[in-house]
Design a protein around this ligand. Structure first.
Ligand code: PGA
Length: 261
């Protein structure tokens, strides 16, 4: 692990207001000591961002958005702009999640524009990349990951590259994916890809960016398997979907990064 562990909850379109009130009160009470040694981010639906921020209060938890518009402002019905997210207290934004790509047609060019815009607004963009089951079977994992990194980070300066978070999230390992019934990549195999991502960042942006960038793993992370990822040298944290919906489960995941708590 190169950094303070980063643990992100992606609640997708699941938590409603009552769920998240209950979740946050329990999670904060149960996790308080571990929160000091980790960076924890929760990503509710847009409509609950302000409510989430206000319940969190002074607790050291950041709020992220699950997406951001690629445009600054204007006639884009249904979109939410970076400056609006900033206004309601977001500091992170997910971009290029595999569900956005598969279900809403987002490609690397759009992800690149969103990441660049997020950086201009001083967010930490969390850029999700990863191969499908067919690409994995065809032995294309590294090729896909390298091409995605080049395309998603196109035009970004080495200074800004240090600020992004890359999530390696194999599409086949996401628990809601049609290809998967809840089995993630093994920690050892994820580590190989994470190391490759770090080397690719080094060749694109230099050694200082590659050691500064945080690379986290996502895809069927659970309290039972997170320990394996937490031990890996190039895995700086996790992005958690299903197992982040329940406070005690997410709390266990956060605590597993701080063995002494
Ligand atoms: P999962 O989702 O943990 O349910 O596999 C992860 C994600 O989609 O971000």
């Amino acid at each position: 692990m190169h950094h303070k562990p980063l643990v992100i909850a992606n609640w997708k379109m699941n938590q409603d207001g009552t769920d998240l009130d209950r979740f946050l009160h329990r999670f904060i009470a149960d996790t308080s000591a571990a929160l000091q040694g980790t960076e924890v981010v929760v990503c509710p639906s847009y409509v609950y961002i302000e409510r989430t921020r206000s319940i969190i209060g002074d607790a050291p938890i950041q709020v992220g958005a699950q997406d951001v518009a690629a445009e600054e402002r204007g006639a884009y019905t249904g979109e939410v702009a970076a400056r609006q997210l900033s206004d309601v207290g977001c500091s992170y934004v997910l971009v290029g999640h595999s569900e956005r790509r598969a279900l809403f047609g987002e490609d690397a060019t759009l992800v690149n524009r969103k990441a660049a815009l997020a950086l201009r607004h001083r967010f930490t963009p969390v850029i999700c990349i990863g191969e499908t089951a067919a690409q994995k079977e065809a032995g294309q994992t590294k090729h896909v990951v390298e091409a995605e990194l080049q395309a998603c980070l196109e035009g970004i300066s080495p200074g800004d590259a240090k600020k992004v978070v890359i999530t390696y999230e194999p599409v086949w390992a996401v628990s809601t994916s049609a290809e998967n019934s809840g089995v993630g990549d093994t920690p050892e195999s994820a580590q190989v890809v994470h190391k490759f991502i770090r080397r690719t960042i080094e060749s694109l942006f230099g050694a200082s960016a590659s050691s500064a960038v945080r690379i986290i793993y996502g895809g069927s992370v659970r309290p039972e398997n997170v320990g394996g990822y937490a031990k890996m040298e190039d895995i700086d944290g996790v992005l958690v979907g299903a197992a982040s919906l329940e406070a005690l489960s997410f709390s266990k995941i956060v605590k597993s990064f701080i063995p002494d708590v």
